[in-house]
Design a protein around this ligand. Structure first.
Ligand code: HEC
Ligand code: HEC
Ligand code: HEC
Length: 362
């Protein structure tokens, strides 16, 4: 028999076996040990090969770690469990079942973890990242995963749920309302006064219509974020309106901004109030002032790191391309990294709602 004949017979045998329906697809019965070891070997080799060209950024930053922990609570713990919390019995009956990650993460390099979290694992139930363009989100999860083995249950609660346990944090939305549980979830990440991540924007005092618009942009996918898109998808219109109204009426944060680099605030003020003539950048204050249209976010008192990150997303074409954001994409592409840093430091150091200074004459 020729080689072709042998290959054809093997293929036919496989087809007949599949067609017979004899293979047991029940997840209630474990794989044989040999099958399990073969699959696990193949998986490790595939991850190692595919993550070869990735190189990790600095991951020691608390802003990344806290954001990663916040997402872990919603996006990973329901399957993998968390420090001090066993896995859900339903997830335990998956085949293969999602392991307690604290016990396994140190066997993977940061680059391999990045690859797994971004791409997911075919045929296992491990999902890919919800926003494929947002590698920066994925790195925040990797930054947290690396800390997981040494994270005690108390420390985990502090990082991921602001130490409260999310659902017993009662927040008054006027009267006791069904929305308050959703809102308690928002405050785990937004508006923390203790261990907030500067990558999570402050929402207090933002115009209600900007907040609602942002949500529609996350749900429609115009604005991509692996952290916010899954959260936005779970809220109905009524809840969204109530929560947006709540944040828009809150007193803006008066927390002191961290020290900016020497001269940065002055240089940033020039850009914000005069623009940059050489590169045709308009003064930010034309639009970002307290008298601005309700579709323009306030930047005063916003985290500098968040402002820089959003400008970077626009430069890379990763924030929405239509409507209100068209101007911002062009403006961001005309700012250098250094100018973006300066203007962000200026805005972070302004107290929100203090009358913005008049635009300087050119
Ligand atoms: C729907 C359930 C589910 C969710 C949600 C989920 N995973 Fe998984 N995960 C799995 C399954 C199933 C596996 C495969 C286990 C195997 O092959 O042994 C897995 C495997 C992994 C692995 C490889 C572990 C190993 O050594 O085998 C890592 C790392 C991982 N997940 C991280 C995450 C992170 C981080 C998140 C959240 C961003 C997450 N997972 C969300 C189900 C899930
Ligand atoms: C796990 C942390 C986390 C939780 C929980 C969370 N957010 Fe966010 N939120 C973020 C991050 C990170 C961003 C920035 C997204 C980006 O990079 O575009 C964001 C952005 C936003 C924005 C856009 C703000 C702006 O200035 O453009 C709004 C509005 C928002 N979140 C509302 C909410 C609401 C309402 C809830 C509760 C239902 C919530 N978020 C829960 C992390 C979180
Ligand atoms: C022509 C009006 C206009 C000018 C000028 C302008 N912006 Fe904007 N900016 C907007 C609008 C509108 C949005 C909201 C975009 C959206 O809905 O996604 C925005 C959003 C932003 C955001 C995102 C804030 C958030 O909460 O997510 C940042 C950061 C920003 N602008 C920075 C700047 C900087 C820095 C300058 C000056 C160099 C500037 N903008 C000049 C109109 C403007």
């Amino acid at each position: 028999m020729t080689c072709f004949g042998i290959a054809f017979s093997i293929l036919l045998a496989f087809l007949l076996f599949a067609a017979s329906g004899l293979y047991d697809v029940a997840a209630s019965r474990m794989h044989w040990r040999l099958t399990r070891e073969f699959l696990s070997f193949g998986l490790r080799r595939a991850v190692a090969t595919h993550s070869r060209d990735i190189s990790a950024p600095k991951l020691e930053d608390m802003n990344l770690i806290v954001l990663g922990a916040g997402h872990f609570e919603d996006g990973c713990a329901p399957c993998h469990g968390a420090p001090g919390r066993p896995r859900n019995p339903i997830a335990e009956r998956m085949l293969p079942n999602p392991p307690h990650l604290a016990a396994v993460v140190s066997s993977w390099s940061p680059e391999e973890l990045f690859w797994i979290v971004k791409n997911g694992l075919k045929y296992t139930g491990m999902p890919a990242w919800a926003a494929t363009s947002r590698d920066d989100d994925v790195w925040s999860v990797v930054a947290f995963l690396r800390k997981l083995p040494e994270t005690s249950p108390d420390r985990y609660r502090l990082l991921a749920t602001a130490g409260t346990g999310r659902s017993n944090q009662i927040i008054d939305l006027g009267a006791a309302s069904p929305e308050s549980d959703d809102l308690a979830n928002c405050t785990r990440c937004h508006g923390r006064s203790d261990l907030g991540s500067a990558l999570v924007p402050r929402l207090a005092g933002q115009p209600q219509s900007y907040l609602e618009q942002s949500f529609h942009d996350f749900t429609s996918g115009l604005r991509q974020s692996g952290v916010m898109q899954p959260i936005a998808a779970t809220l109905d219109a009524k809840t969204l309106r109530a929560i947006s109204a709540y944040f828009s009426k809150l007193e803006p944060s008066r927390a002191k901004a961290p020290m900016a680099e020497d001269g940065a605030i002055g240089r940033g003020r020039e850009i914000a109030t005069r623009g940059v003539a050489e590169t045709n950048v308009p003064a930010c204050r034309i639009c970002h002032s307290e008298t601005a249209s309700p579709n323009v976010p306030r930047l005063d008192g916003q985290y500098a790191l968040y402002i820089e990150e959003q400008l970077r997303l626009w430069r890379g074409g990763l924030r929405r391309q239509s409507g209100n954001a068209t101007a911002m994409r062009i403006i961001a592409s005309r700012l250098s990294e250094a100018q973006a840093k300066d203007v962000a430091a200026y805005f972070e150091n302004m107290t929100r709602f203090q009358p913005s200074p008049p635009l300087a004459k050119r």
